[in-house]
Design a protein around this ligand. Structure first.
Ligand SMILES: Cc1cc2nc3c(=O)[nH]c(=O)nc-3n(C[C@H](O)[C@H](O)[C@H](O)COP(=O)(O)O)c2cc1C
Length: 218
């Protein structure tokens, strides 16, 4: 997905066309267009039972790349001595069971996935009481210029309605067309997106090595 050739505005326009097409489709066709290929959502525990300091890494994904990042973060955190659960938000983990929470979402159409925003909204009272960090996985607006930074920041607008994570980090993600629904592939093809994996595992591990420096292990 090259940001040099297509702007986010054009992206959203194409996406709008795709969504309108689906809205016109009859319900059966609409379902087929948005059905995702089967995807395993990892549920992992890293760390020893006797370790009292528990950290939750909770995420959602459409094509799997965010789940892999969540798992890598969980593994690195456990090497720092924490007991870490990595769980999809759909499993409805309870933040009250943890001393800190990391939230992760890919960007679709300029925003976090609705189920992660829904998790934030439902659990905002608990999330306000513990350290929270957020990681965002995206393909556009990856530059160091002011415009890219502002556009990236806007990806979290729906989250900021409910909470202000103490730490926020952005990771470039991955496009894998074969793992997308028909509609998402249609949008991606219209954008001339191609398969590519831009994930920087050093940056991902570096984040996991430094986040929550203030949360002591017990
Ligand atoms: C239909 C579609 C829409 C996307 N919209 C955006 C977007 O608005 N901004 C962006 O930076 N990346 C966008 N992306 C890129 C994804 O955020 C990126 O591919 C991410 O790694 C996907 O995560 P996942 O594999 O966990 O689903 C989009 C990807 C697809 C397929």
């Amino acid at each position: 997905m090259s940001e040099k050739t297509i702007s986010r505005r054009e992206f959203l326009k194409i996406a709008g066309m795709g969504l309108a097409a689906t809205a016109f489709a009859c319900s059966g066709l609409g379902y087929a267009a948005t059905r995702q290929p089967q995807l395993e959502l990892p549920e992992l525990n890293f760390g020893k039972e006797h370790i009292m300091t528990k950290i939750l890494v909770t995420y959602s994904t459409r094509a799997g790349s965010t789940a892999e990042i969540a798992a890598a973060i969980g593994q690195t955190l456990s090497q720092r001595g924490y007991n870490v659960d990595v769980l999809p938000v759909k499993k409805q983990p309870n933040p009250a069971d943890y001393q800190a929470v990391i939230l992760g979402s890919p960007i679709r159409m300029g925003s976090w996935l609705p189920e992660v925003v829904g998790f934030v909204k439902e659990n905002r009272a608990l999330l306000e009481q513990i350290p929270v960090a957020a990681f965002t996985v995206h393909m556009l607006n990856g530059g160091d210029d002011e415009q890219s930074r502002t556009s990236r920041q806007a990806y979290l607008n729906a989250v900021h309605e409910w909470i202000q994570p103490a730490e926020e980090v952005f990771f470039l993600g991955k496009m894998e067309l074969a793992k997308l629904s028909f509609l998402d592939r249609f949008i991606s093809n219209a954008m001339k997106a191609k398969d590519e994996d831009l994930r920087d595992w050093n940056a991902i591990h570096a984040f996991a090595e430094s986040v929550f420096a203030q949360v002591e292990t017990q």
